[in-house]
Design a binder for this molecule. Structure first.
Ligand SMILES: O=C(O)c1cc(=O)[nH]c(=O)n1[C@@H]1O[C@H](COP(=O)(O)O)[C@@H](O)[C@H]1O
Length: 269
């Protein structure tokens, strides 16, 4: 899916919501007996019209073993072409290995994008960027507390690491193939992040369970293509745990979509 099609979908649905499919059998309603695929399908059916993207995090599927790979693939197939799909795997290795991580996400799973860690540098990221029409989503300023350890650090008065990552990576990939992960818990930094990379989309996790600031993200982070995909995983998936869990998930997604519609009116240039 290209940037124009993504923006068209955002405008049509008045939503820039990404539903994170972090399917945890221990948190799923008891009556599903741990059937992760049935859970995912119910969540997808309940939220299709309210979101523009889905993000299965591979950790939850890898932990299920061989069956998990099948469920991950069937989930992405079930989502179909209308939505932007993100394989959240945070990969990155020497180029020769990254090529196969990229092949897994784009050829095997058929996803639109994959999350990638920038730590090993340009040759570890470039194999992901070689796929026409696919996207690399590079970690820039993450939502967790540990982002303080390295990402905020700067040497000898230079830019902090997250700013260096964004500035350098923007030389490797255009705004039509590269996005950045910027956590919603770092909303006070969004004006700076947006100034560093005005045209790029940001994948923004960390609202809900992690306490991020949706309003601040929208106010300082929106660009003329919206430029934001805001993810919620647990806040939507586990809004309910009874027979009506999918209705509860829909209500949680609807609440976010309503806030996003008003943010689009307020902040879209
Ligand atoms: O790359 C990510 O998606 C990601 C980056 C980041 O900085 N913080 C972060 O929480 N995530 C992912 O986003 C999801 C957040 O889940 P919830 O906190 O349940 O909404 C999880 O799948 C995380 O792995």
């Amino acid at each position: 899916m290209n940037r124009e099609a993504l923006f068209e979908q955002i405008q049509r649905k008045q939503s820039f919501l990404c539903v994170g499919l972090d399917a945890d059998p221990a948190k799923m309603p008891a009556h599903l007996n741990g059937d992760v695929l049935a859970f995912n399908k119910a969540i997808i059916d309940a939220t299709r019209d309210l979101c523009v993207a889905y993000k299965p995090n591979t950790a939850f599927y890898e932990a299920l073993g061989l069956d998990g790979m099948r469920i991950l693939k069937e989930t992405i197939d079930y989502i179909g072409d209308e939505h932007f799909t993100i394989v959240d795997a945070k990969r990155g290795d020497i180029g020769n290995t990254s090529r196969y991580y990229a092949s897994f996400a784009f050829n095997t799973l058929g996803a639109d994008s994959i999350t990638v860690a920038p730590y090993m540098g340009s040759d570890s990221v470039k194999p992901f960027l070689e796929y026409d029409g696919k996207w690399t989503i590079l970690l820039a300023l993450t939502s967790n507390k540990g982002s303080q350890d390295f990402q905020h650090a700067s040497q000898d008065g230079e830019q902090p690491l997250y700013a260096k990552v964004m500035t350098r990576a923007a030389e490797w990939g255009t705004a039509d193939q590269l996005m950045f992960v910027c956590g919603a818990t770092q909303a006070e930094k969004f004006a700076e992040l947006r100034a560093l990379t005005p045209d790029y989309f940001f994948l923004v996790p960390g609202i809900g369970a992690q306490g991020g600031d949706l309003e601040g993200v929208c106010k300082f982070g929106m660009n003329d293509h919206c430029g934001l995909l805001v993810n919620s995983s647990r806040g939507i998936l586990y809004a309910g745990d009874g027979e009506d869990f999918a209705d509860k998930s829909r209500a949680a997604a609807q609440d976010l979509q309503t806030k996003m519609a008003s943010a689009l009116k307020k902040y879209l240039p």
